[in-house]
Design a protein around this ligand. Structure first.
Ligand SMILES: [Zn+2]
Length: 475
C-alpha cells in the first residue's frame, strides 16, 4: 500500500483508462434494413434488438447503448423506451415507432412537462429526408457516450439538496421515488456520485422556545439522513473528500450532511462542534431573514450591518472544528465580513450570478472576484428564480450562469449545487437523473474533461479538504 490518498489513487486509475476509439452504439428496434445501412454510414455501430431484453435485463442492456432508433411499435418495448428516457439516452422515433412515445406520454403523469429535456426526435417514416435525422441521432449518441465516459472517471458532487424535508412523508431513497428529485436510482441514471443533503431550518422566532426547537429539529433531520439513507444498500454516508473517491471505486452512492441556516445552533456556540461531530461538512450562516449570526440577502432589516458579534465567534468556531462556511443566503455585507474573518476559504453551496439575474440571493461580479481571491468556490444553483426573471429558466440559462462564473472567478472556483427538493429544477435539469445533460451542454461549449472534473467536485472538495485539515475534528 503506498502513501497516496484516495483521490490520488483514483486519478491514477482514471488516467489509465484512455478514451475509447469505438464509436457510439445505437440500439435499433426495427425490421428495416435501410436504416441499418444509414447508421453504419454515419459511424455508429447498430446493435439489433431481435429479441427484446427481459425487464430485469433492461438496464444492463441500456448501459451498453448510446442511442436508440425506434422504428416499430412493439408492446414490450414500452418499458425499454421508458427506461431509456430515464437514462437520457437520445431516441430517434420513425414511422410506427412514434406511437411508442405517444403511448408513454399519454400514460405518464407529468411527462409532458419533461418532454423538452429528453433528447429525442420524431420523424415521419424512413425516407430520403431521414439521413439528417440519423446523423442527428449519431451526433447525439456520440455526445452522450462522451458524457457517460466522463462521469465514469470523474467524481460528481451536487453540493445542495433539501431532500430530508420529505423524509417525514416516508420516502424510498433506494427506489425510483416520484416524490423526490434525488434518490439513488436517479443519481445513478444521471451519473451523479454524491450529494450534500441539508438539514434545512426555516427562519422562525428567535426567542428561547424558537431556538431550542430549531436545534432539536436540526438534530432530528441529521439523524434522519442516517436512518433513511445510511441503511440503503449501495449507498453510504460520507464525511471527507477521500470518502467520496473511495466510495466511487466501491460503486456506492455517497451522501454528505450539511446544515442550511445557522439558526440551528441557537445561541449555544458548542452546537457547532456537536453538529460537526455528527458529520456536518458545511453550514449556511443564515436562510431567508436575519438571525443571531448575520443579516440575510432576503427578508432583511440589516439588523447587524453584516456579521454579528456572535457571528464572528461562530466563524472562528467553524474554522476550529473544520466545518465549511457557506455564504449562500447571506447578505452582501455579511458575505464580505465572513470572507475577511474566516481563516479558510469559503463556499456558496447554491448561488447564481447577479450580472445575469438581478436577485439579491445571487453574487455580484465583485463578490465573485473576492471569493476567487480567497480561493473559495461558488456552486451554480438550478432554482429557476435565480437564473432568469423574465421567463421560464432552462438548462441553457444555467450553462450561461456557469460560464459567467468561470469568466469572472475562474475555472478553479465554480461548481454545481442544484437545490433539488428545495424548489430547484429546470427543464433539461429537472432532477438528479438529468445531471448528465449539464455535462452534455458543457461539452458542446467546449469545456474539457479537466474542466468538468473541477466543476463536478474537485474545486469544492479542495476547499473541504483544506477546511477539514485545519480543523481539529477528524473522521
Ligand atoms: Zn437555500
Amino acid at each position: 500500500m503506498d502513501n497516496k490518498n484516495w483521490q490520488e489513487q483514483y486519478n491514477d486509475l482514471a488516467r489509465l483508462s484512455l478514451q475509447s476509439p469505438v464509436p457510439p452504439v445505437i440500439g435499433v428496434i426495427d425490421n428495416c434494413k435501410e436504416s441499418f445501412s444509414l447508421i453504419r454510414h454515419s459511424g455508429g455501430i447498430p446493435l439489433s434488438i431481435t429479441e427484446l431484453p427481459l425487464p430485469s435485463e433492461t438496464k444492463v442492456f441500456l448501459n451498453q447503448i448510446h442511442g436508440l432508433l425506434l422504428a416499430e411499435q412493439i408492446e414490450e418495448s414500452l418499458l425499454l423506451v421508458r427506461c431509456a428516457m430515464d437514462m437520457q439516452i437520445p431516441i430517434l422515433a420513425v414511422g410506427e415507432g412514434k406511437r411508442v412515445l405517444q403511448t408513454i406520454y399519454s400514460v405518464l403523469p407529468g411527462s409532458h412537462d419533461n418532454q423538452n429535456s429528453i433528447p429525442f426526435k420524431s420523424f415521419r417514416g424512413v425516407d430520403a429526408h431521414s439521413a439528417s435525422a440519423f446523423s442527428w441521432l449519431c451526433d447525439e449518441a456520440k455526445l452522450y457516450k462522451e458524457a457517460r465516459r466522463i462521469h465514469q472517471h470523474v467524481v460528481s458532487l451536487d453540493t445542495h439538496c433539501d431532500t430530508p424535508i420529505f423524509f417525514e412523508q416516508g420516502i424510498h431513497f433506494d427506489q425510483r421515488d416520484p416524490h423526490i428529485l434525488v434518490d439513488s436510482h436517479k443519481m445513478r441514471e444521471g451519473g451523479l456520485d454524491a450529494c450534500i443533503m441539508v438539514a434545512y431550518l426555516e427562519q422562525q422566532a428567535r426567542d428561547e422556545a424558537g431556538l431550542t426547537a430549531a436545534t432539536k429539529k436540526c438534530e432530528k433531520l441529521l439523524n434522519d439522513i442516517d436512518k433513511y439513507i445510511g441503511s440503503c444498500p449501495d449507498v453510504a454516508i460520507a464525511y471527507t473528500p477521500d470518502d467520496l473517491y473511495r466510495l466511487k471505486l466501491e460503486h456506492k452512492i455517497a451522501v454528505m450532511k450539511g446544515i442550511e441556516n445557522g439558526y440551528a445552533i441557537g445561541q449555544d456556540i458548542r452546537n457547532v462542534e456537536h453538529f460537526r461531530k455528527k458529520g456536518v461538512v458545511y453550514m449556511t450562516l443564515c436562510h431567508n431573514g436575519d438571525n443571531d449570526i448575520c443579516d440575510s440577502a432576503s427578508h432583511t432589516n440589516n439588523e447587524h450591518s453584516g456579521l454579528s458579534k456572535m457571528g464572528y465567534n461562530v466563524i472562528s468556531e467553524m474554522n476550529r472544528v473544520g466545518m465549511m462556511i457557506d455564504l449562500s443566503h447571506a447578505g452582501e455585507k455579511s458575505f464580505y465580513d465572513a470572507l475577511e474573518a474566516s481563516k479558510t476559504p469559503i463556499v456558496c453551496s447554491h448561488s447564481s450570478m447577479r450580472a445575469l439575474c438581478d436577485h439579491p440571493r445571487n453574487l455580484t461580479d465583485d463578490q465573485l472576484r473576492a471569493l476567487s481571491n480567497a480561493d473559495g468556490v461558488v456552486q451554480v444553483t438550478m432554482y429557476p428564480g435565480f437564473l432568469r426573471l423574465d421567463s421560464q429558466a432552462t438548462i441553457e440559462d444555467a450553462v450561461n450562469h456557469l460560464k459567467h462564473a468561470v469568466d469572472i472567478a475562474g475555472i478553479d472556483h465554480v461548481g454545481v449545487g442544484t437545490d433539488f427538493d428545495g424548489d430547484g429544477g429546470i427543464p433539461g435539469l429537472a432532477d438528479a437523473s438529468e445531471i448528465i445533460n449539464f455535462t452534455k451542454h458543457l461539452l458542446r461549449k467546449h469545456f474539457s474533461e479537466t474542466d468538468l472534473r473541477q466543476i463536478w467536485g474537485e474545486n469544492f472538495l479542495r476547499v473541504m479538504r483544506q477546511t477539514q485539515e485545519m480543523g481539529c475534528i477528524k473522521f
